[in-house]
Every structure is written in structure tokens, then in C-alpha cells.
Design a protein around this ligand. Structure first.
Ligand code: IPE
Ligand code: IPE
Ligand code: MG
Length: 243
């Protein structure tokens, strides 16, 4: 492992991960049901994705539904699942023609097979795109991801395909849902909450963080650009001391 600080901060983040929070409060402030806020939030995603190339963002990862979000009311969960289905069906063609490659992370086993099929179709259709890699975290939780990765790793050990003596950080990384992604450089959370809520814990060990008060449906490409500029002025030392 290199001890040299990565100078990439000077050039803007290559991988931005966003905890899109505040949809419910945004709707509540307008006297509307929470789902109204989720629909408004889904509409913001397109602008943000489109802003990525100009900002030098090659990887954008967004938190859409956590493994803990099942605790919400049945009405909200069902509404969100229906929103995901409609969103994918509606956006697939445009995402494809705009050069976006889409990838999903999270446990698909608990999701409706129709939704899983739409997710697979979108991944398949955009697999040769390379302008921006959009990763959508759906039924994603970092602890759940590490547990599932550990199960797969243990299976390979049991089969004699992996020697426990060879297991290191790099090995575990290969079993995670995010195995094809670089680590996030910048993690943004909207809505004023300063917590991570089980998002990319392993992958963000050395990420820079930004917590902003803006509720997700009000988040704009201008604000993203500002946060990218802030990132550019930070000194990422990765535990080393700058000479
Ligand atoms: C984020 O907005 C979207 C999801 C978690 C699905 P919230 O629904 O958490 O909005 P608040 O935090 O209640 O305002
Ligand atoms: C995190 O937001 C999950 C997503 C944005 C999908 P939550 O609103 O679920 O997180 P908590 O409950 O405030 O920690
Ligand atoms: Mg929330």
C-alpha cells in the first residue's frame, strides 16, 4: 500500500455517493403526503446525473432505499416500490441514449421479482455505456452487504477454492456488491442529518463528507458543483503526513 497522499482531491471527486434524504419533510412542509416528496426526489436524480460529466464525476452512487426502510408504513413502502418500478420503466431509454451505465447494489432477494427483472434489464441494456456509472443502492445496507459477502467468502473456503490464510482487505472487497466500483471520494448527505445510516461503511473509510441542510427535492447541480469545489480544497492525507 502506498503511503503517498492521493493528490486527486485537487481535481474534484471522481466518485460521489449521495444519501438522498429529506423527501418526507419536503412534502410535509407543503402539507402533502410523504410519497409526494419521493416523487419530487426521484425527479432530481436526472439533473444531478446530467451534471456529472462536466464536473468530472465518473461514478455517482445514490441511496434510494435502505435495508432499514422496510420499517416504514406499508403504504410508504409499497408506494416507494411502485415508484422504483415506474421510474426504471420510464427512464431506461433515456439513460441508455445519454450514455449512462446503471448498476444496482443491495440485496435483491426481498424485492418483487418484477422489479428485479426491470433492474436486470436496465443493467443489461446499459452495460456498454461508459459516460457516467450510476449505481443505485436499493434494499442496501452496508452491514447486510458485509454479511452477504462473508457468507460467499466462507462458501468458497468450504469448497476449498479459497485459503483462509490468503484473506485480506482486497479479498473481502471482491465479494462486496460494490466490487466493480472505486471507493467514494466524496459522500454527501442532504436534509441536515449528520449520520451515515448504514451506507457504504467499508468503502467510505477515507471518503470526504459533506452534510448539507438542503432537502433532497431542492438539491441542484449548482449545489453539487459547490460541494465538488469544496472537495478540491481539502487535503486528503490517508493517514500519511504531507511532505
Ligand atoms: C429519503 O427521504 C428517501 C428514503 C429514505 C426512501 P426520507 O423519506 O427519509 O425523508 P425524511 O427524512 O423523512 O424527511
Ligand atoms: C437513509 O435515510 C436512507 C436513504 C436515503 C435511502 P433514512 O431517512 O432512512 O435514514 P435515518 O432513518 O434518518 O437514519
Ligand atoms: Mg430520512
Amino acid at each position: 500500500m502506498s503511503a503517498d497522499p492521493d493528490p486527486s482531491a485537487q481535481h474534484g471527486p471522481r466518485h460521489v455517493a449521495i444519501i438522498m434524504d429529506g423527501n418526507g419533510r419536503w412534502a410535509q412542509a407543503r402539507g402533502r403526503p410523504r410519497l409526494f416528496g419521493h416523487h419530487a426526489g426521484a425527479k432530481r436524480v436526472r439533473d444531478v446525473v446530467q451534471a456529472c460529466p462536466e464536473l468530472g464525476i465518473k461514478y455517482l452512487t445514490i441511496f434510494a432505499f435502505s435495508t432499514e426502510n422496510w420499517k416504514r408504513t406499508q403504504v410508504e413502502v409499497a408506494g416507494l416500490m411502485s415508484l422504483f418500478r415506474r421510474y426504471i420503466a420510464k427512464e431506461t431509454k433515456d439513460l441508455f441514449s445519454e450514455g449512462i451505465r446503471v448498476h444496482f447494489i443491495g440485496d435483491r432477494d426481498r424485492l418483487d421479482p418484477k422489479l428485479v427483472e426491470l433492474m436486470r434489464g436496465l443493467e443489461e441494456m446499459t452495460r456498454d455505456n461508459d459516460l457516467v456509472h450510476l449505481t443505485i443502492a436499493l434494499n442496501y445496507g452496508s452491514r447486510d452487504e458485509v454479511a452477504r459477502a462473508t457468507k460467499l467468502l466462507a462458501r468458497d473456503v468450504a469448497r476449498g477454492e479459497l485459503d483462509p490464510e490468503d484473506v485480506d482487505e482486497e479479498t473481502l472487497t471482491r465479494y462486496l456488491d460494490t466490487r466493480v466500483l472505486p471507493d467514494p471520494d466524496l459522500v454527501i448527505r442532504t436534509s441536515g442529518e449528520a449520520r451515515i445510516s448504514n451506507f457504504l461503511l467499508w468503502q467510505s473509510a477515507y471518503a470526504e463528507y459533506e452534510f448539507v441542510d438542503t432537502l433532497w427535492p431542492d438539491f441542484t447541480p449548482d449545489e453539487l458543483a459547490r460541494l465538488c469545489r469544496n472537495y478540491g480544497s481539502r487535503d486528503r492525507r490517508f493517514g500519511a503526513v504531507r511532505a
